[in-house]
Write a protein that binds this ligand. Structure first.
Ligand code: PEP
Ligand code: MG
Length: 428
């Protein structure tokens, strides 16, 4: 692909904050990609470049300047080649020079372009890329240990070959109630989710009915950042009781939460509804909740720098439910490998903007698969109309997708894209 132009601009995200959108053109074709932005961000995420006034003007200038200078007027044979060039051009370990937001806008546009050039749907191009295994084998040193000896590389190759992702429809991890930093802590945990099994069109029928039903039960309440309801309750259990009623009513459903516990950790303890919990007390609470309610998974049950607490909980509950790493692993292949060695979790949230290129997000998926764990592809709390994450989730054969609640158009668009993919797959 010969790149004729690359132009970025500022657009607002769902919170009205500025974010980056880029358009890449070659011959008669052009593609556009935009980048979401998190609020409960992990401290080890790739660097989102913002100016002192909150704008992304420097990130935009970096796309239009340095990145365009490096790409425009050159021919590329793969999206991977472009990602490698962007990583080298930035030259930092966390993309702090050009900005992960600037880099990812180009990386997604490039992935989209090569799908278009090949004449295949985006999810299929991602599936092919995720299945070649090269990204993982080439260069994923562990963050904590030196580069693996050849023997280990071969063991990784064997594990990977057995577990390469196969494109398939993800379960919906659909956000029903927002709390934490996404709703001014009206609820202690950040996300109260209904997991819906089955093919997307069936799951969406359940989602629509169940979401409306909960809305009727809650009455007039505001919406949180991710398009779920943001009610207030007196007890920790009430949101679980409401979701458990829905699980009884709708088959093939269960409950998931994102505790986003880094945001709950103050003064050496976890603060929930005015009460302090030690890590052991919080573990006991999780065990009790799992006994009482049909819980499928708990994401970020502890703060990002408490990996031992994750490992303990995974040893206790990991056979019954998924313990998902988000702030803990930040879509970083090296951090995922380290978490695997210490058996800290058994599932990983994959957010491309936590690492900054599609290439590395796929490496994160491959590292997760090699550990024998599940992947959940995820949007961010500040979203755009870009539906890339739906194609990504399908392409990597994710176990699940988090794309928010049905109360915000930008979230619904992701589910609508999954519905379209369901039909595309039938015609291939
Ligand atoms: C999350 O924590 O999983 C999430 C989607 O929120 P944010 O984008 O604010 O990190
Ligand atoms: Mg999270």
């Amino acid at each position: 692909m010969y790149i004729d132009t690359l132009v970025a601009r500022t657009i607002p995200d769902t919170r009205g904050r500025p974010t980056v959108e880029a358009t890449l053109a070659s011959g008669a074709h052009s593609v556009t990609a935009s980048v979401p932005s998190g609020k409960s961000t992990g401290s080890h995420e790739a660097f989102e470049l913002r100016d002192a006034d909150g704008s992304v003007a420097t990130a935009i200038a970096n796309v239009n300047g340095e990145s365009a200078s490096a790409l425009v007027g050159r021919d590329f044979t793969s999206a991977d080649e472009i990602d490698k060039l962007l990583i080298e051009l930035d030259g930092t370990t966390n993309k702090s020079r050009l900005g992960a937001n600037a880099i990812l806008s180009v990386s997604i546009a490039a992935q989209r372009f090569f799908a278009l050039a090949k004449g295949v749907p985006l999810w299929k191009a991602i599936a092919e890329r995720a299945n070649d295994g090269k990204g993982f084998l080439e260069s994923v040193p562990s963050a904590a240990t030196p580069a693996p000896a050849f023997r280990h590389v071969r063991a990784e190759r064997n594990a990977l070959e057995k577990s390469l992702p196969v494109a398939s429809a993800p379960r919906l991890f659909l956000n029903f109630m927002n709390g934490g930093v996404h709703a001014d802590f009206k609820l202690p945990f950040q996300e109260y989710i209904l997991v819906i099994e089955g093919k997307t069109s069936d799951a969406m029928m359940i989602a629509r009915e169940a979401f409306a039903k909960l809305g009727e039960r809650l009455g007039s309440v505001p919406m949180g950042d991710e398009g779920g309801y943001a009610p207030t309750f007196d007890t920790l259990e009430q949101p679980f009781e409401l979701l458990a009623e829905l699980v009884k009513e709708f088959p093939h459903t269960s409950i998931a939460i994102d505790a986003a516990a880094s945001e709950l950790f103050h003064d050496d303890a976890y603060q929930l509804l005015g009460k302090s919990y030690s890590a052991d007390e919080l573990s006991a609470l999780y065990r009790e909740l799992v006994e009482r309610f049909p819980i499928h998974s708990i994401e970020d049950p502890f703060a990002e720098d408490a990996p031992d607490d994750f490992a303990k909980l995974t040893a206790e509950l990991g056979k019954r439910i998924l313990i998902i790493g988000d702030d803990l692993t930040v879509t970083n292949p090296a951090r995922i490998k380290d978490a695997a060695v210490r058996k800290e979790i058994n599932a990983v949230l994959i957010k491309p903007n936590q690492i900054g290129t599609v290439r590395e997000a796929i490496q994160a998926v491959q590292a997760t698969c090699a550990a024998g764990w599940q992947t959940i592809a995820s949007h961010r709390s500040g979203e755009t109309a870009d539906t890339f994450i739906a194609d990504f989730a399908y392409g990597i054969g994710a176990y699940g997708i988090k794309a928010g609640g049905l109360g915000q158009k930008e979230r619904v668009e992701k589910y609508n894209r999954l519905l379209a993919i369901e039909q595309e797959v039938k015609t291939m």
